[in-house]
Design a protein around this ligand. Sequence first.
Ligand code: HEM
Length: 260
Amino acid sequence: MLRASSAPHRLFRSLAAKHGTLTHLQLGEIHLLIVSSTEFAKQVMKTHDTVFANRPVMLAPKELTYDATGVVFSPYGDYWRHLRKICTVEVLSARRVRSFRSIRVEEVTIMCKWIASRQGSTVNLTERLYMSSCEINGYEIPTNTRVIVNAWAMARDPEYWNDPEKFMPERFEESSVDFKGSNLEYIPFGAGRRMCPGMLLGLTNMELPLAMLLYHFDWEIPNGMKAEELDMTEDLGFVLNRKQPLRLIPIAKRPLRARA
Ligand code: HEM
């Protein structure tokens, strides 16, 4: 298990294939419940949402976030509810996200100008674009069990997806599945009470740069490599990253106009 710790999402998926999509692990005194199917994720994130909305007390967040007093790591309760309200109503509301539009456009234009100045040479895109106890299915889940919902595995479940490992964005064109937490087979922003409150800001900050990069440039893979040959190895950090940076060659397609 320790050897597989750089890809726990893969390890947990293979454990699920062998032992079932609700797996209990005991690591010393810590109970860990790994949920790898939409059916059980629904129990955790919808049916028993309040029970699982808590966060474990962990050393790193305590040290790094002023005794876990931020919204991400604070325990479920009145204090978290208060912070969450400030986040959704004041900091991350649609009105607030819209109000930063001009800054967003300015920043993305600066990035595109930089890319245009590197036309024909290879640019590193990954660097540049960072932009209480309860019962489930007859099993008694002890208090303080830590739950990991393997959203990565669920988004690749052949029961829900055709050709699940294939990058095929067009699969969403005719589909009613969205990413806002109601379809548990696809939950990049989580689901339930602790779902990401920054979804709108995150999406807005992704959509504009992506649209401008595709509108103004064509992109070529260096060294005559084919798309299938790109190294897609994953690297686990706070989120799942590419191990090798994405290096592509920008070819200017439509000129960037100066904005007022
Ligand atoms: C594409 C970008 C983003 C993705 C994919 C993402 C994804 C997530 C996920 C999966 C969670 C955990 C949800 C759960 O436990 O069910 C989360 C929580 C959270 N996210 Fe995001 N997020 C993004 C952008 C942002 C941004 C831009 C902000 C704010 C500036 C933000 C603030 C938060 C906060 C505060 C929480 C904790 C909420 C709580 O515990 O109540 N996120 N995010």
